[in-house]
Design a protein around this ligand. Structure first.
Ligand SMILES: [Zn+2]
Length: 210
């Protein structure tokens, strides 16, 4: 993958969001530049902005609660949107949690103006021309969610190291929106929140037939 020329890139600032266009067949890398940083990831079909990546549809389609290398992420119309083609991290990723949001921080006693992934998502999506009525359930790359035997959900410190990345092949023309999670009330993003980088290359594997 590294030998292929870079087509486009975008920087996601710490506690911020951003977006990048990915054409069908291209690959996008989400790079955890400094390590231990969660990447809330959203996608919308450029051909129809009412079709978006859905963690719950992916869980049902894959019969899994966490992402698996080689499998697809599905839209809310049960179509494969992105395929998980590479992962250099230890492999902990989440598709159970919603994005952090104003109400969550209020419940946890933080100030009302605490940076949050939902507002950052909505701002970045709007910048890309996507204005969803509701915030979709994201896929949270590098989020280290653990399910305890008694059913409790616990998020531990992210395991990803500096420079670790996941790569996704687009099965449709999409806009990918990513937020660098702003949660700093527990060390789930390591000792401090940091930024992410998005890189798109031409990909090497034919996309699925449409
Ligand atoms: Zn967040």
């Amino acid at each position: 993958m590294d030998a292929r020329p870079l087509l486009r890139s975008a920087e996601i600032p710490a506690k911020g969001g951003g977006w990048i266009a990915v054409d069908r067949g291209e690959c996008v890398r989400i790079i955890d530049v400094e390590g231990a940083q969660i990447a809330d990831t959203f996608a919308v079909a450029r051909g129809d902005l009412s079709e978006h990546l859905s963690a719950r549809h992916t869980r049902a389609a894959a019969r899994r609660i966490f992402p698996k290398l080689g499998e697809a992420f599905f839209s809310d119309r049960m179509r494969p949107m992105l395929t998980f083609v590479a992962d250099t991290s230890p492999g902990a990723h989440d598709m159970l949690w919603m994005s952090c949001n104003r109400q969550l921080y209020r419940q946890l006693g933080a100030s009302d103006d605490h940076a949050n992934c939902q507002d950052n998502f909505l701002a970045a999506a709007a910048d890309a021309g996507w204005r969803p009525e509701r915030t979709p359930d994201p896929v949270n790359f590098f989020q280290n969610t653990c399910v305890r035997e008694d059913g409790r959900l616990v998020t531990e410190r992210a395991l990803s190291r500096p420079g670790d990345y996941v790569a996704l092949r687009a099965e449709l023309d999409v806009i990918l929106v990513v937020t660098a999670c702003a949660f700093d009330l527990a060390p789930i993003n390591g000792d401090r929140c940091t930024g992410l980088r998005l890189e798109v290359d031409a990909g090497s594997v034919d996309p699925r037939p449409s």
